[in-house]
Design a protein around this ligand. Structure first.
Ligand SMILES: [Zn+2]
Length: 257
Protein backbone atom coordinates (compact mmCIF):
# COMPACT_ATOMS: atom_id res chain seq x y z
CA UNK A 1 0.00 0.00 0.00
CA UNK A 2 2.84 2.37 0.89
CA UNK A 3 4.62 1.70 -2.40
CA UNK A 4 1.37 2.44 -4.24
CA UNK A 5 1.05 5.78 -2.44
CA UNK A 6 4.67 6.67 -3.21
CA UNK A 7 4.10 5.83 -6.88
CA UNK A 8 1.08 8.16 -6.89
CA UNK A 9 3.11 10.96 -5.31
CA UNK A 10 6.05 10.61 -7.67
CA UNK A 11 4.17 10.37 -10.94
CA UNK A 12 1.30 12.40 -12.36
CA UNK A 13 -1.97 10.75 -13.34
CA UNK A 14 -1.03 11.17 -17.01
CA UNK A 15 2.38 9.52 -16.46
CA UNK A 16 0.77 6.64 -14.60
CA UNK A 17 -1.78 6.16 -17.38
CA UNK A 18 0.91 6.12 -20.10
CA UNK A 19 3.00 3.68 -18.03
CA UNK A 20 -0.01 1.46 -17.46
CA UNK A 21 -0.87 1.33 -21.17
CA UNK A 22 2.77 0.64 -22.08
CA UNK A 23 3.06 -2.07 -19.42
CA UNK A 24 -0.10 -3.73 -20.79
CA UNK A 25 1.32 -3.82 -24.30
CA UNK A 26 4.62 -5.30 -23.11
CA UNK A 27 3.04 -8.00 -20.97
CA UNK A 28 0.45 -9.01 -23.58
CA UNK A 29 3.08 -11.40 -24.97
CA UNK A 30 2.27 -13.72 -22.06
CA UNK A 31 -1.21 -14.15 -23.50
CA UNK A 32 0.11 -15.36 -26.86
CA UNK A 33 -2.39 -17.65 -28.57
CA UNK A 34 -5.17 -17.92 -31.11
CA UNK A 35 -8.37 -18.67 -29.23
CA UNK A 36 -9.55 -15.08 -28.76
CA UNK A 37 -9.23 -12.05 -31.04
CA UNK A 38 -9.58 -8.33 -30.54
CA UNK A 39 -10.99 -6.29 -33.42
CA UNK A 40 -9.77 -3.05 -31.83
CA UNK A 41 -6.03 -3.82 -32.04
CA UNK A 42 -6.13 -6.83 -34.38
CA UNK A 43 -4.23 -9.11 -31.97
CA UNK A 44 -5.04 -12.68 -30.95
CA UNK A 45 -4.58 -14.32 -27.54
CA UNK A 46 -5.06 -17.60 -25.72
CA UNK A 47 -7.37 -15.70 -23.36
CA UNK A 48 -8.43 -12.19 -22.41
CA UNK A 49 -7.77 -10.71 -18.98
CA UNK A 50 -10.48 -10.96 -16.32
CA UNK A 51 -12.11 -7.72 -15.23
CA UNK A 52 -13.87 -6.90 -12.01
CA UNK A 53 -14.19 -4.70 -8.96
CA UNK A 54 -14.28 -7.27 -6.18
CA UNK A 55 -18.04 -7.66 -6.41
CA UNK A 56 -18.54 -8.68 -10.02
CA UNK A 57 -15.80 -10.56 -11.87
CA UNK A 58 -15.89 -11.33 -15.58
CA UNK A 59 -13.63 -13.89 -17.22
CA UNK A 60 -12.17 -13.14 -20.66
CA UNK A 61 -13.18 -9.49 -20.56
CA UNK A 62 -10.23 -7.23 -21.34
CA UNK A 63 -7.80 -7.31 -24.25
CA UNK A 64 -4.28 -7.72 -22.80
CA UNK A 65 -2.81 -5.43 -25.47
CA UNK A 66 -5.18 -2.50 -26.04
CA UNK A 67 -7.49 -2.83 -23.04
CA UNK A 68 -10.71 -3.17 -25.03
CA UNK A 69 -13.69 -4.63 -23.18
CA UNK A 70 -16.60 -6.76 -24.40
CA UNK A 71 -18.78 -3.70 -25.02
CA UNK A 72 -15.96 -1.88 -26.83
CA UNK A 73 -15.30 -4.69 -29.29
CA UNK A 74 -19.01 -5.10 -29.99
CA UNK A 75 -19.51 -1.37 -30.50
CA UNK A 76 -16.62 -1.22 -32.97
CA UNK A 77 -18.10 -4.11 -34.96
CA UNK A 78 -21.40 -2.26 -35.05
CA UNK A 79 -19.84 1.05 -36.05
CA UNK A 80 -17.86 -0.57 -38.87
CA UNK A 81 -20.62 -2.87 -40.17
CA UNK A 82 -23.79 -0.91 -39.65
CA UNK A 83 -23.06 2.83 -39.66
CA UNK A 84 -21.46 5.46 -41.88
CA UNK A 85 -18.92 6.50 -39.25
CA UNK A 86 -15.95 5.26 -41.28
CA UNK A 87 -17.32 5.87 -44.79
CA UNK A 88 -18.46 9.50 -44.80
CA UNK A 89 -17.01 12.77 -43.57
CA UNK A 90 -18.46 13.03 -40.08
CA UNK A 91 -18.12 14.91 -36.83
CA UNK A 92 -17.91 12.64 -33.77
CA UNK A 93 -18.37 13.55 -30.10
CA UNK A 94 -17.00 10.78 -27.87
CA UNK A 95 -17.62 10.92 -24.12
CA UNK A 96 -15.22 9.15 -21.73
CA UNK A 97 -13.21 7.84 -24.71
CA UNK A 98 -12.09 4.24 -24.49
CA UNK A 99 -8.32 4.03 -25.06
CA UNK A 100 -8.82 1.11 -27.41
CA UNK A 101 -11.09 3.19 -29.68
CA UNK A 102 -9.38 6.56 -29.36
CA UNK A 103 -6.47 5.87 -31.78
CA UNK A 104 -8.84 4.35 -34.34
CA UNK A 105 -11.05 7.44 -34.46
CA UNK A 106 -8.08 9.79 -34.21
CA UNK A 107 -6.38 8.22 -37.24
CA UNK A 108 -9.52 8.08 -39.42
CA UNK A 109 -9.16 10.92 -41.93
CA UNK A 110 -12.90 11.21 -42.48
CA UNK A 111 -13.67 11.77 -38.79
CA UNK A 112 -13.52 15.16 -37.13
CA UNK A 113 -12.99 13.82 -33.65
CA UNK A 114 -13.87 15.37 -30.30
CA UNK A 115 -12.72 13.13 -27.42
CA UNK A 116 -14.09 14.63 -24.20
CA UNK A 117 -14.20 13.90 -20.48
CA UNK A 118 -14.49 15.74 -17.17
CA UNK A 119 -10.94 14.58 -16.41
CA UNK A 120 -8.39 16.35 -18.68
CA UNK A 121 -6.01 13.38 -18.39
CA UNK A 122 -8.51 11.07 -20.04
CA UNK A 123 -9.44 13.06 -23.15
CA UNK A 124 -8.47 15.91 -25.48
CA UNK A 125 -10.99 18.36 -24.09
CA UNK A 126 -12.77 18.90 -20.79
CA UNK A 127 -16.53 18.72 -21.26
CA UNK A 128 -19.36 18.27 -18.80
CA UNK A 129 -22.04 16.15 -20.45
CA UNK A 130 -24.66 18.09 -18.49
CA UNK A 131 -23.54 21.38 -20.06
CA UNK A 132 -22.04 20.54 -23.45
CA UNK A 133 -20.19 23.59 -24.84
CA UNK A 134 -21.18 23.06 -28.48
CA UNK A 135 -23.92 24.54 -30.63
CA UNK A 136 -27.21 22.82 -31.37
CA UNK A 137 -27.15 20.25 -34.19
CA UNK A 138 -23.33 19.99 -34.29
CA UNK A 139 -22.53 16.28 -34.47
CA UNK A 140 -23.20 13.40 -36.86
CA UNK A 141 -22.28 10.83 -34.21
CA UNK A 142 -22.18 10.75 -30.43
CA UNK A 143 -20.68 7.81 -28.53
CA UNK A 144 -21.47 7.62 -24.85
CA UNK A 145 -20.65 4.33 -23.17
CA UNK A 146 -20.78 3.76 -19.40
CA UNK A 147 -21.42 7.42 -18.59
CA UNK A 148 -25.12 7.87 -17.84
CA UNK A 149 -24.99 5.63 -14.76
CA UNK A 150 -22.41 7.99 -13.27
CA UNK A 151 -23.81 11.49 -13.87
CA UNK A 152 -25.77 13.35 -11.20
CA UNK A 153 -28.50 14.65 -13.51
CA UNK A 154 -29.15 12.00 -16.12
CA UNK A 155 -32.15 13.65 -17.89
CA UNK A 156 -30.08 16.82 -18.33
CA UNK A 157 -27.20 14.85 -19.87
CA UNK A 158 -29.56 13.09 -22.29
CA UNK A 159 -31.19 16.39 -23.29
CA UNK A 160 -27.78 17.90 -23.94
CA UNK A 161 -26.82 15.03 -26.24
CA UNK A 162 -30.13 15.42 -28.06
CA UNK A 163 -29.47 19.13 -28.48
CA UNK A 164 -26.01 18.84 -30.04
CA UNK A 165 -26.89 15.91 -32.31
CA UNK A 166 -27.62 16.81 -35.94
CA UNK A 167 -31.19 16.14 -37.14
CA UNK A 168 -29.94 13.16 -39.17
CA UNK A 169 -27.26 12.20 -36.60
CA UNK A 170 -26.98 9.11 -34.43
CA UNK A 171 -26.06 8.71 -30.76
CA UNK A 172 -24.84 5.28 -29.66
CA UNK A 173 -25.28 4.74 -25.95
CA UNK A 174 -24.30 1.85 -23.70
CA UNK A 175 -24.77 1.48 -19.97
CA UNK A 176 -24.67 -1.15 -17.25
CA UNK A 177 -28.14 -2.70 -16.99
CA UNK A 178 -29.62 -5.02 -14.39
CA UNK A 179 -31.49 -7.20 -16.85
CA UNK A 180 -33.57 -8.67 -14.00
CA UNK A 181 -34.95 -5.30 -12.91
CA UNK A 182 -37.61 -3.50 -14.99
CA UNK A 183 -36.90 -0.27 -13.09
CA UNK A 184 -33.77 1.83 -12.79
CA UNK A 185 -32.65 1.84 -9.17
CA UNK A 186 -31.49 4.90 -7.23
CA UNK A 187 -31.39 5.42 -3.49
CA UNK A 188 -30.29 8.29 -1.26
CA UNK A 189 -28.79 5.67 1.04
CA UNK A 190 -25.96 5.16 -1.48
CA UNK A 191 -23.85 7.92 0.07
CA UNK A 192 -20.46 6.21 0.28
CA UNK A 193 -18.32 4.38 -2.31
CA UNK A 194 -18.91 1.13 -0.39
CA UNK A 195 -22.68 1.53 -0.52
CA UNK A 196 -22.61 2.59 -4.16
CA UNK A 197 -20.67 -0.55 -4.94
CA UNK A 198 -23.20 -2.59 -3.03
CA UNK A 199 -26.27 -0.97 -4.62
CA UNK A 200 -24.99 -0.13 -8.10
CA UNK A 201 -21.99 -2.51 -8.46
CA UNK A 202 -19.80 0.55 -9.14
CA UNK A 203 -18.16 2.58 -6.34
CA UNK A 204 -18.80 5.85 -8.19
CA UNK A 205 -22.18 4.97 -9.70
CA UNK A 206 -25.25 7.18 -9.28
CA UNK A 207 -27.80 4.53 -10.28
CA UNK A 208 -28.16 1.04 -11.69
CA UNK A 209 -30.22 1.07 -14.84
CA UNK A 210 -33.03 -1.41 -15.31
CA UNK A 211 -34.65 -2.55 -18.51
CA UNK A 212 -36.53 0.78 -18.59
CA UNK A 213 -33.32 2.55 -19.68
CA UNK A 214 -34.59 3.17 -23.23
CA UNK A 215 -37.69 4.90 -21.85
CA UNK A 216 -35.55 7.60 -20.24
CA UNK A 217 -33.94 8.28 -23.62
CA UNK A 218 -37.36 8.38 -25.29
CA UNK A 219 -38.78 10.72 -22.65
CA UNK A 220 -36.05 13.22 -23.50
CA UNK A 221 -37.11 13.11 -27.17
CA UNK A 222 -34.90 10.47 -28.77
CA UNK A 223 -36.21 7.73 -30.98
CA UNK A 224 -34.50 4.61 -29.67
CA UNK A 225 -33.68 1.25 -31.17
CA UNK A 226 -32.27 -1.31 -28.72
CA UNK A 227 -29.74 -3.50 -30.52
CA UNK A 228 -28.42 -6.82 -29.24
CA UNK A 229 -25.65 -6.93 -31.82
CA UNK A 230 -23.81 -9.85 -30.21
CA UNK A 231 -26.88 -12.00 -30.88
CA UNK A 232 -26.95 -10.78 -34.48
CA UNK A 233 -23.30 -11.69 -35.01
CA UNK A 234 -23.86 -15.22 -33.73
CA UNK A 235 -22.16 -17.70 -31.41
CA UNK A 236 -18.86 -18.07 -33.28
CA UNK A 237 -18.13 -14.36 -33.19
CA UNK A 238 -19.49 -14.08 -29.68
CA UNK A 239 -16.95 -16.64 -28.42
CA UNK A 240 -13.97 -15.58 -30.52
CA UNK A 241 -14.25 -11.90 -29.60
CA UNK A 242 -15.77 -12.39 -26.10
CA UNK A 243 -18.70 -10.05 -26.56
CA UNK A 244 -20.17 -10.22 -23.05
CA UNK A 245 -23.46 -11.25 -21.50
CA UNK A 246 -25.63 -8.28 -22.49
CA UNK A 247 -25.46 -6.33 -19.21
CA UNK A 248 -23.08 -3.75 -20.64
CA UNK A 249 -23.18 -4.44 -24.34
CA UNK A 250 -26.68 -3.56 -25.58
CA UNK A 251 -26.46 -0.67 -28.02
CA UNK A 252 -29.12 2.01 -27.69
CA UNK A 253 -29.17 3.69 -31.08
CA UNK A 254 -30.74 7.11 -30.67
CA UNK A 255 -31.92 9.45 -33.41
CA UNK A 256 -34.01 12.58 -33.55
CA UNK A 257 -36.58 10.69 -35.62
ZN1 LIG B 1 -7.05 -5.27 -28.33
Amino acid sequence: MKIKNLYKQLFSEKQRLVTHLFFNKMTSIFYFGKQFSCNCCGCSFRKFKPKGNGLVERENAQCPYCGSLERTRLLLFYLRNETKLFSENVKLLHFAPEWSLYPIFKKAKNIEYFAVDLNPVLADQVVDIMAIPFADNSFDFIICSMVLGFVSDEPKAIKEMLRVLKPDGMALIQTLIDLQNPHTFETTDADTPEKRLQYYTEPDGERLHGTDFAQGLQTAGFQVETIDYAAQLGDDWHQKYALGNGCRELIFQCTKG
